[in-house]
Design a protein around this ligand. Sequence first.
Ligand code: SAM
Ligand code: F3S
Length: 473
Amino acid sequence: MAQRRYHLWTIGCQMNRADSYRVGEELEKRGYAPTHRPELADIVVLNTCVVRQRAEDKVRGRLSSLSSLKRTNRHVALVVMGCFVDDVEALQASYPYVDAFLKPSDVAGVADFAENLNSPVALQTSSGDFATPSRVADLVPISYGCDHRCTYCIVAPRRGRQRSRPLSEIMDDAESLVRRGTRQITLLGQNVDAYGSDLEGQPDLADVLSALHDLDGLWRIRFLTSHPRDMSQRIIDAVAGLPKVCECWELAVQAGDDAILRRMGRGYTVDHFRELVARIRQATPHCAINTDIIVGFPGETRKQFENTLRLVRQMRFDVAHVAAYSPRPGTPAAGWIDDVTPEEKEYRRALVEQVQKEIATEINATQLGELVEILVDGHQRGRWRGRTRTNKLVFFESKDDWLGKMARVRITWTGPWSMIADRPAIPHPVPSLRGECYRIWLGAGAHRRRSRHSRGDASLHPQGQPSKRAFTS
Ligand code: SAM
Ligand code: F3S
């Protein structure tokens, strides 16, 4: 009997990526094998995004192209999930050939749907021998939805109010991943730093970081995305005090002008953001700070845009994801005149990107000749690929198997988006013991104390001895 196959198509944020991993796992547990070719699949799942018009256009294009697949093979099941799914009745009327529309993150819904499909199946797993392949770096959602209502954003209304997962559930997920060989966990939330405000007793992100930190076999912890308004000193202190937590901050500023921030409904001022960044850099001096920026918001004047550009120059972000404002039907801002022309939006977007590219080039160039520690998470075009603690992408060549191992490498070339390193200095990979991986990090890091401006080896902890500080709020 032929094996059932699934085809999974994903666009959008890390949350969608995390959901799609889980969808794949659930389908494989039920005897499905993945295929890149939708025409060979028994079930096709689209995990969608509508954060900007361009993403929505891609989803609609993909849906249209799948209608012919459905005509030629009426046995294929088509499932659509993610932020595209809003008014299910209206969607069913527009896309009658879709078998199921499921809300964002409804992984269980896809699993149930697949279970009930009655096409022929050769179950591999009835004997319980299913083993999900491990990923060196994996994603764990800790909260769904968002309690903010930024005036431009469709994601919050589509995903609903914030729902934090209980700490015990997060730990169960993390423990099972680590047992399977995962070395790095990235905690996800639309506003990951607001975690727990909806739970009894109000645990926070610092509590999650601290609990995860005790997991043997887990080497690195990351988290994204943070909202400036939700970031507390307690979280900053936790990142500074817990050595496994990487000092890489994803802190979305969106604009560098107070009037625009107010109309975006962001709930902070530029001065508040500056002060927050100063505290973060004081607590974690060699950190990376990445951000999101929207240009061309309704009513944004040239002068207001230049305030954003000035902030980018002053803050010297490591990465800035820059987007041209895209009106989203149903949001408050969509009712305002979209008065910045597409050409002007593109000009502003390209200008911020150009400035940011120069900054990233300079920051990365300070790493030339430095010894950095990277977690190797893949092999790409004949080279190993890994990330520093600050999430800088590093490539190196080696005939040895480095997957899932920590490598100490010397940087020989830097560019704005990646770096190249020599073959790893140590012949044997670091064993998967927490103490071992720290020793390397501490040995090299203890004598390095550089200022933010010199941008020394960001992958090495500046404070020497890792300490578990008492958190203060
Ligand atoms: N938690 C994050 C924060 O504090 O802002 C936001 C997550 S949001 C879903 C992801 C990114 O999409 C935003 O940071 C924003 O830059 C971008 N985005 C959202 N709505 C947009 C719109 N209407 N036009 C352009 N970009 C948008
Ligand atoms: Fe959207 Fe603002 Fe929440 S950008 S996801 S409403 S923080």
